[in-house]
Design a protein around this ligand. Structure first.
Ligand code: FAD
Length: 384
């Protein structure tokens, strides 16, 4: 059993909620602070892969997540001329609405966790009176900006992201890489799917989760930076850039509504060592990556479980002081999480650059097609 530590967590997104659940389970005294404690109003989808599913199993929420998810089988990437350039198997990935994931995690937070609704303007007082401060306050993390050398602010990529849900059956699972823009289409959990490339895991479930799933299509787009005075005008701009290229995109955009659309910039964080004294960063606060490999929330869940595990392991059989246990745990956490996090950060940045390529998009499409057919031929040769 761990020696209980008093821990304050700033941020109740995926990372902060997961950390509160995992750490409270080991008997630590947790205070969780967030300015909103909100369930996202637009239920855009997140892809959850095997390692995040293991983390969710450890948090005791995997069954509820499965019940709110669908399991896509594959997705297709289309190039700038509208031709398919790659088909990607989805493996064990689950797709669920971000709003459902946050709701399921919130439902799983034990009563022992003290939840405080407050906007924090100054991080310094948060370190007082606790053994550990966790910064789980997202890409623009005040904890990171206040406590790390060089006041590490998030960096903009000079792009605008639009994402939303549309009340139509998803025509396909795809990402279209135009010249200098991308547009993605995935199903929402519970959707009546027009294609056969996904199965609903909800259909036979007896879910006890307080799922807020909607049905329909999840979509996302990335464009060179352009902000209009209203979401209505942002959508009009998006239609003018990507419309008329592929019927599936046109169908989704025809059904897209301003009230179910989010528009924001694209920010990532510089690489930082996630630990300083008794402060540790989790999730986007530690490492916000480009969204193109769909791994930010996956990483946040793994960070949270890795931190709780490191603390549990450091406590086991240790007769030292609380602060010695904590230092050992934080060193282990940083060792375990830094490398995979940076690998995803670099991979996501490369994917963003590739997908948003403008000048050499034709060359890119031919290279992706060639790599795909080479991989297929190799797989066939191995099967023979
Ligand atoms: C377009 C797009 C698509 C994506 N798709 C995927 C995907 O398919 N799969 C995937 O794994 N990830 C995906 N991601 C990434 C994923 O959404 C994030 O990595 C993840 O949500 C980060 O969670 P977090 O808890 O670290 O931060 P956040 O969710 O940002 O939570 C931070 C919390 O801190 C609180 N907070 C911040 N500052 C303060 C303050 N000063 N005082 C009080 N409270 C504060 C906020 O209210 C918030 O609740 C995508 C991201 C984008 C932009």
């Amino acid at each position: 059993m761990c020696r209980p530590q008093s821990i304050r967590i700033l941020g109740a997104g995926v990372a902060g909620l997961a950390a509160a659940i995992a750490l409270a389970e080991d008997g630590h005294h947790i205070e969780l602070i967030d300015e909103r404690f909100e369930i996202p109003s637009v239920g855009t989808s997140l892809g959850m892969f095997a390692s995040a599913q293991s983390a969710m199993a450890r948090l005791g929420v995997l069954d509820d997540v499965r019940n709110a998810s669908i399991a896509p089988r594959r997705g297709v990437i289309y190039g700038q001329d509208g031709q398919a350039i790659a088909t990607l198997p989805a493996g064990d990935a689950l797709l669920l609405a971000r709003s459902d994931l946050v709701q399921i995690l919130r439902d799983a937070v034990p009563e022992s966790v003290q939840q405080v609704r407050r906007r924090i303007e100054d991080v310094r007082p948060l370190r007082a009176g606790v053994d550990l401060l966790i910064g789980a306050d997202g890409v623009h993390s005040l904890v990171r900006r206040s406590g790390w050398p060089g006041r590490q602010s998030a960096r903009t990529h000079g792009m605008t992201v639009l994402r939303g849900t549309a009340d139509i059956a998803p025509p396909e699972i795809s990402e279209t890489w135009g010249g200098g823009w991308l547009f993605g289409i995935t199903p929402l959990a519970g959707a009546t799917f027009a294609d056969t490339t996904a199965t609903a895991t909800t259909s036979t479930s007896t879910s006890t989760s307080t799922s807020t799933s909607t049905t329909g299509t999840n979509w996302f787009a990335c464009l060179p930076e352009h902000r209009a005075p209203s979401v209505h005008a942002d959508l009009a701009h998006l239609r003018s850039v990507v419309g008329g290229r592929r019927p599936a995109i046109d169908a989704v955009l025809a059904a897209a509504r301003p009230e179910s659309t989010l528009v924001h910039g694209l920010h990532t964080t510089p690489p930082v060592h996630p630990v300083r004294e008794n402060v540790v960063l989790l999730g986007d606060a530690a490492l916000a990556m480009a969204p193109n490999l769909g791994h930010g929330a996956n990483t946040a869940l793994q960070d949270a479980v890795a931190l709780a595990t490191a603390l549990r392991n450091a406590s086991a059989g240790r007769a030292g002081s609380n602060s010695a246990t904590l230092s050992a745990a934080l060193r282990a956490y940083a060792r375990n999480r830094a490398l995979p996090g940076h690998a995803w950060r670099i991979g996501s940045a490369l994917m963003l650059r590739t997908a948003m390529m403008d000048e050499h998009a034709g060359l890119r499409d031919r290279a992706v097609q060639a790599a795909g057919s080479l991989a297929r031929r190799r797989a066939e040769a191995l099967r023979r």
